[in-house]
Design a protein around this ligand. Structure first.
Ligand SMILES: [Zn+2]
Length: 145
């Protein structure tokens, strides 16, 4: 499972070093990357979620239910990524100069963006957003570490 991601990372690393500064060519590469991610996700399609009721087999019902949960969870994750990719492409379209900056603090997102072109926050803001401060996103431009 981890091999596919590793392959993506190694193909990215060749231009990572040159891509720390915001420039049109970097933006183009990020855009191409985003479009590719979107195409891959769309090509993959939703995982079939088997109807659990068909056979009414009591022995298989729990298993079918479990598979259903796994499949819908995966589809959900794909949906989130697809949404983020669409948002990233929209941001790039609207404000290319700002695309490589964190939406929270305005600082450059940096190399993180090259690994995950659809992220819109720097590591510090992302950690804060994922961490204990889940109740609300701070929008203050001056309040960053
Ligand atoms: Zn930030």
């Amino acid at each position: 499972m981890g091999t596919a991601t590793e392959a993506t990372h190694s193909s990215l690393s060749s231009w990572q070093t040159a891509a720390t500064v915001s420039s049109p060519s970097v933006l183009e590469r990020l855009r191409a990357e985003l479009i590719k991610i979107r195409e891959d996700l769309l090509a993959e399609g939703d995982l079939p979620i088997e109807p659990a009721t068909d056979k009414a087999d009591l022995d298989e019902a729990p298993l079918a239910e479990m598979n259903q949960v796994i499949a819908s969870k995966r589809n959900q994750t794909r949906g989130i990524v697809l949404k983020r990719v669409a948002m990233a492409l929209g941001r790039m379209e609207k404000d290319p100069d700002d695309f490589m900056n964190c939406v929270e603090c305005g600082e450059p997102i940096g190399k993180r963006l090259l690994a995950l072109p659809y992220v819109d926050m720097c590591v510090a803001c992302q950690e804060e957003s994922d961490g204990s401060h889940k109740t609300g996103r701070r929008r203050s431009v001056t309040d960053y570490r």
